[in-house]
Design a binder for this molecule. Structure first.
Ligand SMILES: C[S@@+](CC[C@H](N)C(=O)[O-])C[C@H]1O[C@@H](n2cnc3c(N)ncnc32)[C@H](O)[C@@H]1O
Length: 393
């Protein structure tokens, strides 16, 4: 049913008596009786919904954005609260935002980075939005590339991996290294480790490489990865430095999978973005200040964007904090983000009060203006009493 533009007129009640249609009369007043006019009518097969007004706050600047009223009708008609609603072409996230507001669970997918970025910000603006996670399933594409490039069905797994490692080492200008467990190559005086196609580089993995560097008295380690365990960057760099090893994490770019780029020698390995945060503790309370952020590939910034950037924080579109990171899902417990109306960004969180004293891992995630995440962990120790303490991430 949908609301009528104009309420229906009251209808007279009639019935058949002795084969004749007769009006029903009210015995007290003697007047004809009527059924009240309806305010709803059956939904027609042509749906007339207004476009999103050009001044509406709903409009997000996503070319193919649909009105929420449309998705609301579809979601309400085809699901109940608690059901899962999926939109595998979610664009600006209209379906997901509506599903969240209507207490449905949801899954969204899109191949566009801007779509995911727009959707994520949109969901953050939904009041009391439940925690959600963004997963990058690009590894399937990489697995297919690895299989088709290095012959998944024609050679055994170890040879497939060997060819993959050799290919990346060549592109990086490094030579293969024999007789090591975790170190795959050497570039000048640096040892090189290459992350798997289908998994993020983990802290344990980097630790194993570090141990092998120390055992063989090497002082520089380059780790190349497609994806990274959250919070790995600064933590590992500092840890390696304290053991006398210069660690440089570099990302393996998508161009590796494009034959043309490989042939033209266009493949560049960039350092990961750098995020620095400073925790402050006061008794059971803690807060975090964003101190520095350097994006990875500054040379890729278009000129029109570069001229608008005045300070490091201009690169941050939003940032979020999980006060008790458990090394699995990031739970968004505090966020500051720029909106189209208000471009300001808080660089310090509010105070967070812990229920019990202890040592907590705080994960800080910054999303840059290109929609790329960088995360960092800091440790805070809180107790029932105490003075404000500062420490560096
Ligand atoms: C018409 S738009 C969806 C608009 C959306 N309903 C909204 O309100 O914003 C279609 C989306 O599908 C995405 N898309 C196209 N092909 C895709 C694919 N193979 N896998 C995932 N997403 C895809 C596009 O990036 C685009 O964002």
């Amino acid at each position: 049913m949908e609301p009528r533009v104009e309420p229906g007129r009251p209808t007279e009640i009639r019935k058949k008596v002795d084969g004749r249609i007769t009006r029903i009369r009210d015995p007290l007043t003697g007047k004809n009786t009527f059924v009240e006019g309806t305010t709803e009518k059956k939904i027609s097969d042509v749906w007339r919904l207004p476009l999103i007004n050009s001044m509406s706050s709903e409009r997000l600047g996503y070319g193919t954005q649909k009105p929420e009223a449309l998705l609301e009708r579809i979601v309400k008609a085809s699901s109940n609260p608690g059901d899962i609603v999926a939109d595998f072409f979610c664009g600006s996230g209209t379906t997901l935002a509506v599903a969240e507001r209507l207490s449905r669970r949801w899954i969204g997918a899109d191949l566009g980075r801007f779509a995911i970025h727009t959707t994520r910000k949109r969901l953050m603006e939904v009041e009391n939005c439940k925690h959600f996670e963004i997963l990058n399933l690009g590894k399937y594409e990489r697995q297919i590339w690895q299989g088709s490039t290095f012959g998944k069905n024609t050679q055994p797994e170890p040879l497939l991996i060997f060819d993959y490692l050799k290919f990346i080492l060549d592109l990086y200008g490094a030579l293969p290294l024999a007789g090591m467990t975790h170190l795959h190559g050497k570039k000048g005086r640096a040892m090189v480790h290459i992350g798997a196609v289908d998994a993020p580089v983990t802290i344990d993995e980097v630790n194993n490489c570090l141990q092998e560097c120390l055992a063989t008295r090497q002082t520089e380690l380059h780790v190349l990865g497609w994806e990274w365990e959250m919070g790995l960057n600064n933590l590992m760099i500092e840890q390696a430095k304290s053991q006398g090893v210069r660690l440089i994490p570099l990302s393996i770019p998508r161009e590796v999978m494009e034959q043309q780029a490989v042939d033209k020698g266009d493949v560049q390995f960039h350092q990961l973005a750098y995020l620095e945060a400073e925790p402050e503790v006061d008794g059971l309370r803690a807060r975090v200040k964003l101190v520095d952020f350097v994006i990875a590939n500054t040379e890729l910034i278009p000129d029109e964007v570069r001229t608008k950037i005045k300070k490091w924080s201009d690169f941050v579109d939003y940032w979020a904090v999980d006060w008790d990171f458990q090394s699995d899902t990031f739970v968004n417990q505090w966020t500051s983000y720029r909106t189209r109306q208000d471009r300001s960004l808080a660089l310090k969180t509010d105070w967070h009060t812990y229920a019990t004293p202890g040592v907590y891992r705080v994960l800080i995630k910054a999303i840059d203006i290109f929609g790329i995440d960088t995360s960092q962990t800091v440790e805070v120790t809180v107790n029932a009493e105490g003075k404000a303490k500062k420490g560096k991430a």
